[in-house]
Ligand binder design. Structure first.
Ligand code: SF4
Ligand code: SF4
Ligand code: SF4
Length: 254
């Protein structure tokens, strides 16, 4: 807590304080940050979502620094406490761990170090949206995944995600063509594979969910998070010797 407090800027402190005060009437800080902790896929350098929410001053510098435009502020409709803090959306791009968002962060809300420095979440296959689960022929996510071993094919040539390798970069979600290959069905997810928080219930289903399960589980807290990847090696991004002055050491498994 001391470390967090040291990182909070005056602006961030005031923002957090105002939010905290507002929460007195809606169940308390811990309860709502706990919900936010499970709900969002965060940029690299997020030590914990609770810490991020406390230290982020909502300056949007990470959003502006990301060359692919995949960082988006958490909407008020999804969380009072996390409102305005950075989340990731992979519809139009994926993360190559360039770490420009971490370099741009002035408060240490995004910082180097920690076991999840380059672990954004984990991809899950959406069974009723993935074309390969209905008929054979699509292996786009496996073919495009930059991390060797993160996606393999089962005996029916359907994608299987391996959480120990997947770093949640989102490339599979970006390139998945299921929406354009399917007739419109509002009850089915737009993508056949989606990155979720490792602390969500959807991640507990170990790689294959239905659209309804995805919808319910991606924002629901799990009793025990899925552990960060420990074997995956992302070919892009900075090497292990790179660091930012004053922002700590890089994680060995990055
Ligand atoms: S590491 Fe680079 S690509 Fe990934 S979210 Fe940060 S700025 Fe964007
Ligand atoms: S790219 Fe999408 S539709 Fe194709 S196999 Fe992967 S998840 Fe299924
Ligand atoms: S999120 Fe990235 S590492 Fe994980 S399966 Fe998808 S493309 Fe591969």
């Amino acid at each position: 807590m001391i470390e967090v407090a040291e990182e909070i800027t005056r602006r961030g402190f005031l923002a957090a304080g105002a939010v905290g005060a507002a929460l007195v009437g809606v169940g308390g800080f811990g309860a709502v940050t706990g919900q936010a902790d499970q709900a969002f896929v965060r940029p690299p350098g997020t030590t914990s979502n609770v810490k991020l929410v406390a230290a982020c001053n909502r300056c949007d510098r990470c959003l502006q620094a990301c060359p692919y435009g995949i960082i988006t502020p958490a909407p008020l409709s999804e969380s009072i406490v996390a409102y305005g803090t950075p989340t990731l959306a992979f519809a139009n791009g994926f993360c190559d761990f360039c770490m420009k968002c971490v370099d741009a962060c002035p408060t240490g809300a995004l910082s180097y170090g920690g076991e999840a420095e380059r672990d954004l979440g984990v991809a899950v296959v959406v069974k009723d949206a993935c074309v390969a689960w209905d008929w054979a022929g699509c292996t786009v996510c496996k073919d495009e995944c930059p991390v060797e071993g993160a996606i393999t094919l089962d005996d029916h040539d359907r994608p299987v995600v391996h959480p120990d390798f997947c770093d949640g970069c989102g490339k599979c979600e970006q390139v998945c063509p299921s929406a354009s290959l399917r007739a419109y069905d509002a009850s089915v997810a737009e993508k056949g594979i989606v990155v979720v928080s490792r602390a969500s219930e959807a991640a507990q289903l170990l790689g294959a969910v239905m659209s309804a399960e995805l919808e319910a589980g991606r924002t629901a807290p799990a009793a025990q998070p899925v552990a960060p990847h420990s074997k995956g090696i992302h070919p892009d991004g900075p090497d292990n010797t790179r660091s930012a002055e004053g922002k700590g050491a890089l994680h060995e498994n990055a």
